[in-house]
Design a protein around this ligand. Structure first.
Ligand code: SAH
Length: 468
């Protein structure tokens, strides 16, 4: 993709350091890093004081600051910490105690993050060791088996993560929501891609890779620990083969459609598995329609629309690399290229051009990158969402459908709906919500961790006649 990250060797040193935050202007960003472990926070600051260096390492909370933990929220913010006893290193597992010294949880410590610790377990008798990770990983795999289409022959890695021939991709581990803070594992057929976003998961990286290898038997485990959140965690960026060999070409089958996945250089872990079922919905509604797919990446929504019988599909993305794969994906699926047009463009500019040219569509998809990684960016992000959605509404024909998404942790569902309502009002259209959408079932959201629900979508139908 356009913002390639350096690859480094498997044995790269893991000394934490702070790197620059880079350009956070969303109009220049080409990566949509929608991972719960990416959700950074604007929590109250306050550096915990060092406690008794000779005592057993432990995290001692300020009085009354255990409340969110008692509700099982897995993050301990620096502002909640009274002192750190002992001389722990980042990644160490420490007991967390309330101000009266009562045990609350075992958590992975990170000296260099606003999130001072992330909880591994709430049970005092638990030992955080290889067995613990084997149990948690097995539970995550078991949940996928129960949730995704029943296993068939063919497709998928050979072991426990086996999927069907129609669907060879899945998020196997969804970080905090699977009880494994900071750990993402995505499966593309026989290849697993692992992304580590916390000091705790970083400490257990080799153990986790061994367990995945034993349980899933992939031909390759590739590490893509290069998300922005690592910088906030004080971790270096690291990519490369962890186990096995990376095949020359990696492919994922999704609802029977085949997509090439660039696990080494593609965005996120190479593909946006979270939109799987939303893409399928698009396919079922696209028949006979003129479709505009904005932020198309490797053509996900476009291919579903074409297979669903769309009359035409215009796809826009800023990344030439993504568009190249998108065109290959079209051929890979023997879809009619004459109905597809691909344009390398900035969507903010292209939508205005289309409006000025008097173009209109029956279906528009807006699936932009993360505009607001935290609530602090919400206002600026809201302007971005309103802008593209207002233009989207203007380009829709009466009775047309707008599929609009936000993967910003800093924008919740309610706010997103308000922004869309404002855009419709300013565009002068009456619109109805016909679907509320979220990430697919392999991206579960732990009830005590609402931050896990980063992806929200609305399908809106623009009324043919005035309704208000
Ligand atoms: N809908 C896609 C995923 C979209 S990810 C799918 O189903 O796979 C967001 C995409 O937005 C990325 O491909 C990125 O290259 C693109 N992007 C980011 N900023 C952009 C901009 N200003 N104009 C056009 N594309 C942009």
């Amino acid at each position: 993709m356009t913002d390639k990250k350096p690859n480094s060797s498997k044995r790269a040193p893991s000394t934490p350091h702070r790197a620059s935050q880079g350009n956070r202007d969303f109009r220049k960003r080409t990566r949509r890093e929608a991972q719960p472990s990416d959700i950074s926070v604007s929590a109250p600051h306050g550096k915990p004081i060092d406690g008794n260096a000779d005592a057993q390492p432990a995290i001692l909370l300020r009085e009354g600051r255990e409340k969110s933990l008692l509700r099982r929220h897995p993050w301990i913010f620096s502002g909640a910490v009274e002192r750190i006893d002992g001389a722990p290193a980042s990644g160490d597992t420490l007991p967390v105690r309330d101000s009266a010294g009562k045990f609350i949880a075992w958590a992975a410590y990170n000296a260099g993050s606003q999130i001072t610790a992330r909880v591994w377990s709430w049970r005092e008798e638990e030992t955080i060791d290889a067995d613990f990770f084997r149990r948690r990983i097995s539970a995550a795999l078991e949940a996928r088996r129960a949730l995704l289409p029943s296993p068939a022959s063919g497709g998928g890695a050979g072991g426990e993560g086996k999927l069907t021939a129609q669907n060879t991709g899945a998020r196997l581990i969804h970080a905090e929501s699977d009880g494994l803070p900071g750990l993402i594992v995505d499966q593309y057929g026989d290849v697993l891609v692992m992304q580590i976003g916390s000091a705790g998961a970083e400490r257990w990286r080799e153990t986790i890779a061994d367990i995945l290898q034993a349980l899933c038997k992939p031909t390759c485990i590739y590490e893509r620990s290069d998300s922005d959140s690592r910088t906030l965690e004080g971790l270096e960026l690291r990519c490369g083969v962890l186990r096995g060999n990376l095949p020359e070409a990696v492919e994922v089958v999704e609802h029977g459609l085949r997509f090439g996945v660039d696990v080494a250089e593609g965005q996120k872990t190479g593909f946006y598995l979270d939109q799987r079922d939303n893409r399928a919905l698009t396919g079922t509604l696209a028949g006979g329609k003129d479709v505009l797919n904005c932020f198309c990446y490797t053509g996900g929504f476009s291919l579903y629309a074409l297979r669903g019988g769309a009359k035409s599909v215009l796809s826009l993305d800023a990344s030439a690399d993504a568009l190249r794969i998108a065109e290959q994906n079209l051929t890979r699926n023997n879809l009619d290229a004459s109905r597809a047009e691909w344009q390398e463009a900035d969507v903010f500019v292209a939508l205005r051009k289309l409006r000025d040219q008097g173009r209109s569509f029956d279906m528009i998809i807006l699936d932009p990158p993360k505009f607001a990684p935290t609530a602090a960016f919400a206002e600026k992000a809201a302007r971005g969402y309103k802008d593209i959605n207002l233009l989207g509404f203007k380009l829709l024909r009466p009775g047309g459908l707008l599929f609009t998404y936000s993967c910003s942790g800093g924008i919740n569902e309610e706010l997103f709906q308000k922004i869309i309502a404002g855009a419709a009002l300013d565009a002068g259209v009456d619109a109805q919500i016909v679907h509320h959408l979220h990430a697919s079932a392999d991206h579960p959201v732990l009830l005590s961790f609402p931050e896990g629900a980063y992806l929200k979508g609305l399908v809106l139908r623009v009324a043919g006649t005035s309704l208000t």
